[in-house]
Design a protein around this ligand. Structure first.
Ligand code: NAP
Ligand code: ZN
Length: 353
């Protein structure tokens, strides 16, 4: 079996992604070898490719919303077989023994989980992500995909889906709650769908007037143009919970003011530079909380995939060829994606021939 794979890599923050050959590791006893079918394009891929968080290891091969087919399993692998459709998300390893790992929250591993891409390994190597034809991952970090069809639209659940699902569950969102979702991008559109499926009254906050109709058809009960102070004023002191997905620094007070007493705004957007500090009075006067959340653990990710299959939820995607990735990044920066790009990895496999 060959371990070489085609990939798309960038070699510096200001360089485009281009074709690059890599070797995947030999199959270990607990490993699963996967032929990648689809990989979603997360805004984190763009932040990392361009070193916006200042921690990028080059060559950088992004991609952590992976759907593929099992091509081989190691000797000790119990729950997968050749031919299974599987998923891989943002993590490929963690310490396994800290208090977070022991409670199934590997995403908060105290020793730092190994990210699917851009995590240092021994011998001066680092992890390469899903913009590639193949990957080898330990069984524990591979998910069963309960969806039978539309697999490309399932791929972004592995990051966008779980990043929304986990805080919605943590803050116990259900039919009694009024929930705000800020930003209708990859994460935000899944936030609208999931909060709606959990029974919440959902208010979408968007900067794009062109997204009002989509917001409603995705499950929002109301859509508010966040640049319009009159529309924002209608929501003051009314929301139990806000999930903020915006990828650039902005004034958080405009949203904190919309929370009820004891309400929480959870940040999941991860801008390259800090937000301006919120006004303390907006928090103390109504005992409001400002929080954050990072993807989700293994158990919860499988739970989210099963929840989505049960509720017939997938992502709204635009399929692209691998060679279109640089253009896709530019469109993502202009909020011009409805609502997640997904790479058809056959287009990269064709280049291998
Ligand atoms: P995305 O598809 O680009 O969506 C971001 C959305 O934010 C845009 O579609 C836009 O929606 C809104 N927006 C953009 N510029 C804005 C501005 N100046 N003011 C207000 N809103 C603006 O990105 P994504 O993939 O959903 O990722 C969003 C962020 O979450 C990124 O920073 C990413 O790195 C981070 N992330 C975090 C986690 C985590 O675990 N916490 C996981 C994955 C990603 P409208 O057009 O509706 O305004
Ligand atoms: Zn992501």
């Amino acid at each position: 079996m060959t371990h070489t794979a085609a990939a798309y890599a960038t070699h510096a923050a200001d360089k485009p992604l281009e074709l690059y050959a890599i070797k995947r590791r030999e199959l270990g006893d607990q490993d699963i070898a996967i032929d990648i079918l689809y990989c979603g394009v997360c805004h984190s891929d763009l932040h990392t490719a361009r070193n916006e968080w200042g921690n990028t290891l080059y060559p950088c091969i992004p991609g952590h919303e992976i759907i593929g087919t099992v091509t081989a399993v190691g000797r000790d692998v119990k729950s997968f077989k050749v031919g299974d459709t599987v998923g891989v998300g943002c993590m490929v390893d963690s310490c396994g023994h800290c208090s977070a790992c022991k409670t199934g929250e590997e995403n908060y591993c105290e020793h730092g989980f190994i990210m699917t891409y851009n995590s240092a390994l021994s011998e001066n190597t680092h992890t390469f992500g899903g913009y590639s034809t193949k990957i080898v991952v330990a069984e524990k970090f591979v998910f069963h995909i309960p969806h039978q069809t539309n697999l490309a639209a399932v791929a972004p659940l592995l990051c966008a889906g779980i990043t929304m699902y986990s805080p919605l569950r943590h803050w116990k969102i259900d039919s009694g709650k009024k929930v705000g979702i800020v930003g209708l991008g990859g994460l935000g559109h899944m936030g609208v769908k999931l909060a709606h499926a959990m029974g919440a009254y959902v208010v979408l906050f968007t900067t794009s007037a062109s997204k009002i109709a989509d917001g409603k058809s995705l499950g929002a009960d109301e859509v508010v143009i966040s640049k319009d102070p009159d529309q924002m004023a209608t929501q003051v002191n009314s929301l139990d919970f806000i999930l903020n997905t915006v990828a650039v620094p902005h004034n958080l007070d405009t949203y904190l003011n919309l929370l009820k007493r004891d309400g929480t705004m959870c940040l999941v957007g991860a801008p390259a530079t800090p937000h301006p500090s919120p006004e303390a009075f907006n928090l103390i006067a109504k005992r409001r909380s400002l929080a954050g959340s990072l993807i989700g653990g293994l158990r919860e990710t499988q739970e989210m995939l099963n929840f989505c299959a049960d509720h017939d939820i997938t992502c709204d995607i635009e399929m692209i060829a691998m060679e279109d990735i640089n253009q896709a990044y530019e469109r993502m920066l202009k909020n011009d994606v409805k609502y997640r790009f997904v790479i058809d990895m056959q287009t990269l496999r064709d280049k291998e021939k």
